[in-house]
Structures are given as structure tokens and as C-alpha cells.
Design a protein around this ligand. Structure first.
Ligand code: LLP
Length: 431
């Protein structure tokens, strides 16, 4: 029998003989114990991913703000809070989660293009570290809310550097045509405006150019453009205490080879130091690269529906997880690796792995060569990021349960929803 082999990009996930293990745990056994669909995460994999950022940032003022939209389970947030992280949030709801998980509001940066006045008030009262402001209109509103609340709002401007991150158009955010950030050419004027508003206190500069980025160059181009701005803004007498390079570092789903976080951060810091800004506090907002390869989605094969090959038909492997559980394939045509939890001997057939939802777009993987039978468990890999957080209740499907592995310990960190919960807030008409 061959030695246990780690799967690409996921060192904590190994094929041990026929058995697929995450952090040593037999995934098939977990699926049977907790039922499917089931998200399973490795706490150790998350902390190891974080350690790459931390090693490169050691010895300088920094804050890693985990972009919790990637995975906002309270136990995941608790893990990162205990490891010293702050959080990048995009809603009042996310702030509530940070606080419920024991996170520190003073380490929270509040991003997003559409913050409401109520969310601003909530964040000011909680004492967030800063607002990443994305438009002039938002500056004006934040100033009003801050003055009415009696708390000066710490502000960083999210600059749109107009750099092509080379990623999927839906998750590319740093180009001129995107809704995000303040155009590079308008940023200096926006800083002047911010500095003049009495309710605001300018503290930093930030950017975020996209997600699933697999090269260092777009980051370096962005850094140069950001640092050019820092020079201009400070020449105008406005001090910037921190520089936030956003998130976006990709992971390996198939054959992508993104730089390790440690390399990316070191290369960026070289630029920062070379331009004489080594004394500034450095922030990052990683999401996917901290949790993506730390999680899998387990699903049970319900039916096999082979096509008539003489008619060019497709073979459908119908599983109990669907687009409502994991939206990425349907939404971005994302390719996510699918592995049997127990490998069978035999000649593989080419399957489309599809869910029970009534949409042709409801698929998890297409044209996958697998030996499967009804009742088998499959694992969709790299599902730790943007899996559960994007799940819905479409087709009145309760959302999956979540398990967090912590060494030898197994913790159920979210119970499966019941259908009664799904319509508990609905009302029948009288009579
Ligand atoms: N900071 C800001 C302001 C963001 O908008 C995002 C992600 C991040 C940080 C974290 O980016 P990451 O390190 O995770 O790439 N649902 C899509 C990804 C959407 C990303 C949105 N913004 C997907 O499943 O691929």
C-alpha cells in the first residue's frame, strides 16, 4: 500500500490507502456520524495558512484582518481572534458575529460600498478601528453620522488603482469599470475633503483588487500606485498611519500555483521599505487563502443516472448537496475538485455531479472520472471559503451542518437547520 499522499494545495488532506482523511480524521466516518451535506474544516489548516502571513510580518506593526465573508462560522472567527487577528467586515451583521465570537472591535476594518447610516452608527459605538470608505457620498454621510453620534470616525480611503488582477470578472474589483473604491485620480481630492470634515479622522489608505489572484505582479503594481498616493497625500499635510493591501490571494483548486502568502507579503514589504514607508502599520484582509483549503463539503450519492452513450448522453451522479449549499460552480463555473471519501477499485466513468435543485445550473462538477455507487460519500475540496457563507435555502433546503476539527477533537460548530426554522417567521393569512 502506498504512503499517505497529500492532495494538491491541501497539505492537511491526505489519501491514506482508500481513505480520505482531513487532519487524520476519516471523512466518510464524519459524514455518516453527522449526516450530509456537511462542511468539515481543519482548525490547524487555518492556523497554518495564517502563519504564512504572520512569519512575513513579524517584527513590524501589522494587523491581519480576516475577511470573514469567506467563512463566518463563530468558531472560525474565534480561532482567528485567538490567533491575534482582526476582521474585515462588510455589514452590521458581520460585526455582530465578530463580537459574539469574542473578537475585538478595535481590530475591525469596515469595508463595502453601501454602508447604511445604521451600520455606521453601530460600528462607531462598537469602536471599530476604521471605515474603509469607498465614495465621496459615503464620506459625507459618515461625517454626519459621526457628529450625531459624538464619535470621530477613523477613515481610510479605498483606492481603486485601476490594475488588472487577472481573475474572473465577477471577482475582479480593482479596475476602473468596477463599482469599488475611489478612482486613483480622484483620491487626493477625496483625502482633502475627508481631512476637512470635522466628524472624520484620516488614518490610512487601502485597496482590494480582486479575489483568487495567482500572481504577485498585480499586487506590486498596486503597491506602487498606492505608495505614489501616500506621497501626495502626505505632501498635502494629511498623515497616513497604515497601509492596507486588501486580500485576494488565490488558492489551488486545480493546477493554479499562487505564491505562498509569505512570499507575497515579503515582496510587498520590500517595495514598502524601498519607498521609505517601512514605519507604517501594514494591514492585510485575506479571506480565501486562510480558509479555502481548510474545508471540504461532504455529500452522499443518491442516484446514478447513466446516459445513453450511443446518443451522446451524459452520466449524472445525483448527490444530496446542491447549488444552495455550494454556489461557486453554478455562479462562477468554478472548478472544485471532487474526491470519493473511500476510493473504489474499478474503471472510472465520466460523471456530471449534480444536486437535487430544479435548475440545470445546479451542478458541483462536470465530467469527472470517478468510480462511484449510490450511497457513497464524496468530498468537494477547497470548500472552506465562500461555501457556507454563500449558502441559501432555495427549494426550502435547510442549510448544512458544520464541523471543525481541532487536532483529535471533533466539534459540531453549527447544527443542521430544520425546515420548521425556515418558515418560522412566515405567517398565514387570517381566516
Ligand atoms: N477585502 C475586501 C474588501 C473584499 O471585498 C474581499 C473579497 C476580501 C478582502 C477577501 O478576498 P479574498 O482574500 O477572499 O480573495 N464569492 C467569490 C469571492 C468574492 C470575494 C469578494 N471580496 C468566490 O467564491 O470566489
Amino acid at each position: 500500500m502506498s504512503a499517505p499522499a497529500a492532495l494538491p494545495g491541501a497539505p492537511h488532506l491526505v489519501r491514506d490507502g482508500a481513505v480520505l482523511r482531513l487532519d487524520g480524521h476519516d471523512l466518510a466516518a464524519l459524514g455518516r456520524r453527522f449526516g450530509t451535506p456537511l462542511y468539515v474544516y481543519s482548525r490547524r489548516a487555518m492556523l497554518d495558512a495564517l502563519a504564512g502571513y504572520q512569519r512575513a510580518l513579524q517584527g513590524r506593526r501589522h494587523l491581519v484582518c480576516y475577511a470573514m465573508k469567506a467563512n463566518s462560522n463563530l468558531a472560525v472567527l474565534q480561532t482567528f481572534a485567538q490567533a491575534g487577528c482582526g476582521f474585515d467586515i462588510v455589514s452590521g451583521g458581520e460585526l455582530d458575529r465578530v463580537l459574539a465570537a469574542g473578537g475585538d472591535a478595535a481590530k475591525v476594518v469596515f469595508s463595502g460600498v453601501g454602508k447604511t447610516a445604521a451600520e455606521m452608527r453601530q460600528a462607531l459605538v462598537a469602536g471599530v478601528r476604521c471605515f474603509n470608505v469607498e465614495s465621496e457620498g459615503e464620506l459625507e454621510r459618515l461625517d454626519e453620522v459621526a457628529r450625531a453620534t459624538g464619535v470621530r470616525a477613523p477613515v481610510s480611503l479605498r483606492v481603486n488603482p485601476d490594475v488588472d488582477a487577472g481573475t474572473h470578472p465577477y471577482i475582479s474589483t480593482g479596475l476602473k469599470g468596477n463599482k469599488f473604491g475611489i478612482a486613483h485620480a480622484d483620491a487626493l481630492a477625496a483625502y482633502r475633503r475627508a481631512a476637512a470634515l470635522p466628524g472624520l479622522r484620516v488614518v490610512g489608505i487601502d485597496c482590494h483588487i480582486g479575489s483568487q489572484i495567482t500572481q504577485v505582479e498585480p499586487y506590486l503594481d498596486t503597491a506602487e500606485r498606492m505608495l505614489d498616493l501616500v506621497v501626495q497625500v502626505e505632501a498635502a499635510g494629511i498623515a497616513l498611519e497604515h497601509i492596507d493591501f486588501g486580500g485576494g490571494l488565490g488558492i489551488t483548486y486545480t493546477d493554479e500555483a499562487p505564491p505562498p502568502a509569505e512570499t507575497l507579503v515579503r515582496r510587498l514589504l520590500e517595495r514598502v521599505d524601498a519607498r521609505g514607508f517601512g514605519d507604517r502599520e501594514i494591514l492585510f484582509e485575506p479571506g480565501r487563502s486562510l480558509v479555502g483549503n481548510a474545508g471540504v463539503l461532504l455529500t452522499e450519492v443518491q442516484y446514478l443516472k447513466p446516459g445513453r452513450t450511443d446518443e451522446g448522453g451524459r452520466n449524472f451522479c445525483i448527490v444530496d448537496a446542491a447549488m444552495n449549499d455550494l454556489m461557486r460552480p453554478a455562479m462562477y463555473q468554478a472548478w472544485m475538485r471532487i474526491e470519493p471519501c473511500r476510493q473504489r477499485d474499478g474503471v472510472p466513468l465520466r460523471w456530471d455531479i449534480v444536486g437535487p435543485v430544479c435548475e440545470s445550473g445546479d451542478w458541483l462538477g462536470r465530467e469527472r472520472d470517478l468510480v462511484v455507487q449510490a450511497g457513497d460519500l464524496l468530498a468537494v475540496l477547497s470548500a472552506g471559503a465562500y461555501g457556507m457563507t454563500m449558502a441559501s435555502n432555495y427549494n426550502t433546503r435547510p442549510r448544512a451542518a458544520e464541523v471543525l476539527l481541532d487536532g483529535t477533537q471533533v466539534h459540531l460548530v453549527r447544527e443542521r437547520e430544520s425546515t420548521a426554522e425556515l418558515f418560522a417567521r412566515e405567517r398565514l393569512l387570517p381566516g
